[in-house]
Design a binder for this molecule. Structure first.
Ligand code: FMN
Length: 358
């Protein structure tokens, strides 16, 4: 399939810096953004981010090999800033020639410097203006400003307000990409109009042919309307946008104490899945508690989200899990291939720019 030539306005400092054709990122969604999706994104001329927060170091290593076997184009890896083995992960990425390090939240200066010394382009995702200021002052190359309508863990400020705020706050010190609610070429042009250098999409890429989410689960997303998502703090203590299901209604109506036994079991499974030692997990818990002002029950609940996401998105058991999503799921009604999706987004962006500049 031949890909469209981008309008000159779609060549931004971001596409130049990362070496991609279009100013579009497929984000690192835990359990979803695996080698097949990332390689398809790279081959379609955009930046794909491999989700590694839910992988062991060994799984990351083989996932990197698999992406490399499918494409020689640039791609990135998403990881948690508080991962105890962040150094090991960075070493693997550097050895595999990864171009971009993407982080959930703000990485510290030492991690950013290590990435820069190895030539990695650093992009954290943030959800508030003050976090945009903070990461820009630490010298990140770009940041993804995710508005409240976005999927998974999310803030409360909508993209239409957060994105221009973030652009103004960083004053050109870092590039800014918009996220939360994007799915179309018109949206991409709107983000450029706000002063962004591109957009990042999560849910839109979860709903493609190359995404490994089971078809029966994809059907649940396609059937959802914009009013069928909800932001819950009961899953792991932090606000997370998910499809409203029976499981969510149950969790929402339950106290912390009643949720704890299931959360402890999930924490144990998560430790095994990600290869964390008990000591490393406790250390992460301590720093998470301090950074996010959480109580210990909330810290234990934090391991709940990844395991409940796996139950639904990998094992195909939504009745035992959660369906993290952006509100945008309500306007998506098709499962294109990644190349078809990127082509339709860029065709629409090109037509929009021509209409505006005619
Ligand atoms: C199923 C799912 C899992 C996610 N997991 C992660 C993750 O592991 N790391 C991360 O930085 N963001 C994660 N996110 C957030 C997305 O990367 C992205 O920022 C968000 O989906 C953008 O909003 P949109 O869905 O409206 O496009 C996740 C989102 C979804 C829907």
């Amino acid at each position: 399939m031949s890909l469209p030539t981008p309008h000159p306005a779609l060549r931004t400092s971001f596409t130049e810096a990362v070496g991609i054709t279009y100013p579009l990122v497929q984000t690192g969604m835990g359990w979803v953004a695996g080698p097949r999706l990332v390689a398809a994104s790279a081959e379609a001329g955009i930046l794909g981010l491999l989700a590694s927060a839910t992988m062991t170091v060994e799984q990351l290593s083989s996932a990197l090999d698999e992406v490399r076997s499918r494409t020689d184009r640039p791609f990135g890896v998403n990881m948690r800033v508080d991962a105890a083995d962040v150094d090991e992960r960075l070493a693997l990425m550097i050895a595999a020639g990864v171009k971009v390090a993407s982080f959930v939240g703000a990485p510290n200066k030492a991690v950013i410097d290590r990435c820069h010394a190895a030539g990695l382009f650093v992009i954290p995702t943030i959800g508030a203006r003050r976090h945009a200021e903070k990461v820009a002052s630490l010298g990140v190359d770009a940041l993804i400003a995710q508005g409240g309508e976005g999927g998974g863990h999310t803030g409360s400020v909508p993209t239409s307000l957060l994105l221009p705020e973030a652009v103004d706050a960083v004053q050109g010190a870092s590039m800014v990409l918009g996220a939360g609610g994007f799915y179309s070429g018109r949206g991409l042009v709107a983000a450029l109009a706000y002063g962004a250098q591109g957009v990042a999409m999560g849910t839109r890429f979860l709903l493609t042919k190359e995404s490994t989410v089971p078809d029966s689960v994809k059907a649940r997303y396609l059937a959802a309307t914009v009013n069928d998502t909800v932001v819950s703090t009961k899953i792991d203590g932090a606000p997370q946008r998910v499809i409203r299901t029976e499981v969510i209604n149950g969790i929402e109506g339950r106290s912390w104490i009643r949720s704890l036994p299931a959360a402890l079991t999930n924490a144990h499974h998560f430790r095994k899945e990600t290869g964390l030692t008990l000591g490393a997990m406790l250390n992460e818990g301590r720093s998470m508690k301090k950074d996010n002002e959480l109580t210990w029950p909330q810290v234990i609940m934090a391991a709940n989200a990844p395991m409940m996401t796996k139950a639904a998105l990998v094992d195909g058991r939504p009745e035992d899990g959660i369906l993290p999503t952006g509100q945008v799921t309500g306007v998506i009604d098709a499962l294109p291939s990644v190349a078809e999706l990127v082509t339709s987004i860029i065709d629409e962006a090109n037509a929009t720019l021509e209409r505006l500049t005619r």
